[in-house]
Ligand binder design. Structure first.
Ligand code: HAM
Length: 420
């Protein structure tokens, strides 16, 4: 029996994971610059949290959750997204008491039982930002600016931010009615799922994955024409902030999000090169969610991005080039005494340098080849004869220059070469 990773999951091996580390570091540095602090949430939560938070008419809750009973029969679910858990933690720890606006970030795996395809997995990674406590359209714009600047910093050019509004409690009932009225005459041409969505929440029909249903929705009325004054003003204000920040965007009247908690601004950033799964990230405002989950009424806005998709875009922009960083120093040794000396030198140098050495008793030549293959910048050669004189050789792997150095001058000589 050979075991394989479950369908829809994948191993991220070292040849690839060094690039993930780079992207994660870029995310964390940028998020820190924007004032977002790290939060680490449980991988599973009570099922009810997601059913209420994301909405029980959504595809995520109806079809895609990994739900199980624990040994005491409690229903738990592997998190399909990070917003509900973040809001649960925000309420549970009274985070609103210590800050006017609580700005949080996360970088972790999510789980959805979807049909796997390029850029779509059952376990996938997301980075996300949640800003809880402000009504201001400036925060919506800040978050969109964050996404665009992170993608640009990663060299991902040509991504497009698309914006729409989801309205609020006071303007959506009229819109739902307008939508039902428009769709009623051709309702029998929609799939059975859409017929059900029509009854429960007609806006969920925009999530349908059937091309024929989407075509029928093409000339559906836009919510932008039904917004109340406050929602319209908010939307216009977000656009003004984006203009002021020089963030390029498109207003997309057809944009709908697959989660029920959204109010007002919704947005996605797409990278057209990714084909069907082109959304690098998606987010928006969720002004009712904190209250819905048991907290005080508190406005909020956030975004999450799919890291696998980001990696695909990143690789296609960089042409898959770049080399995994190797050790700075490789210590080559021959003979028992030299091996022991090499181990001692490595132990000292590893205080602040990356050092690799041979553990298989291979020949000097093979060790030198390995040093080259790994991309070491400096090789230290420990030979028995030199040791007799209290010395080793230091070789600059780029130029090939090699000098003999007394052991007590080794650090200095290595630092000199690495500083170049
Ligand atoms: P979402 O649109 O469901 O939003 O997911 C955000 C991003 O996660 C998508 O744009 C996509 O890049 C990635 N993603 C989603 N499903 C998969 C999958 N099966 N495989 C690979 N990548 C995937 C949310 O999750 C919201 N929590 C975003 C948010 C945060 N809204 C407010 N705050």
């Amino acid at each position: 029996m050979r075991y394989r990773a479950p369908r829809g999951t994948r191993d991220i091996l070292p040849e690839e994971s060094w690039k993930w580390e780079k992207v994660q570091r870029a995310f964390e540095d940028t998020a820190r610059r924007f004032g977002y602090r790290d939060i680490r949430l449980p991988v599973f939560e009570q099922t009810e949290l997601f059913a209420r938070g994301i909405g029980d008419a959504t595809d995520i809750v109806r079809k895609e959750m990994y739900t199980f009973a624990d040994r005491k029969g409690r229903s738990l679910t592997l998190r399909p997204e990070g917003t509900a858990g973040t809001v649960r933690a925000y309420i549970e720890h009274n985070m609103g008491e210590s800050a006017r606006v609580t700005k949080l970030r996360y970088f972790c795996p999510m789980f959805r039982y979807e049909r796997p395809q390029a850029g779509r997995y059952r376990q996938f990674w997301q980075w996300g930002l949640e800003a809880i406590g402000s009504m201001s359209p400036s925060v919506d714009a800040e978050i969109i600016h964050f996404c665009v600047s992170l993608f640009t910093n990663l060299g991902i050019e040509g991504s497009v931010a698309k914006l729409n509004s989801a309205g609020c409690k006071s303007c959506t009932p009229a819109y739902n009615e307008a939508l039902r009225e428009h769709l009623a005459p051709r309702l029998d041409e929609f799939c059975p799922d859409c017929s059900e969505r029509y009854e429960r929440n007609p806006r969920r029909m925009f999530d349908c994955k059937n091309e024929s249903c989407l075509a029928l929705l093409a000339d559906a009325p836009s919510i932008l024409d039904s917004l109340c004054d406050e929602c319209r003003q908010h939307f216009e204000s977000v656009l003004e902030y984006l203009d002021r920040m020089s963030v390029p965007y498109e207003v997309d009247k057809g944009l709908a999000r697959g989660l029920d908690y959204y109010t007002r601004t919704i947005f996605e950033v797409h990278y057209p090169g990714l084909g069907a799964q082109s959304a690098l990230c998606g987010g928006g405002r969720y002004d009712d969610l904190v209250e819905e989950l048991g907290g005080k009424p508190t406005p909020a806005v956030g975004v999450s991005a799919g890291v696998e998709r980001l990696m695909l875009a990143y690789e296609s922009e960089s042409g898959g080039t770049g080399q995994e960083p190797g050790p700075e120093i490789y210590i080559v040794s021959m003979g028992e005494r030299a091996e022991r000396e090499a181990a001692g030198l490595a132990a000292g140098l590893r205080a602040d340098r990356s050092v690799e050495l041979d553990h298989q008793g291979r020949s000097m030549k093979a060790q030198m080849r390995e040093a080259g293959r790994l991309g070491a910048r400096v090789a230290i050669i420990v030979g028995e004869d030199e040791l007799e004189r209290g010395a080793v050789s230091v070789k600059d792997m780029e130029t090939g220059d090699q000098v003999e150095v007394e052991l007590d001058r080794l650090n200095e000589a290595v630092e000199e070469k690495l500083a170049k």
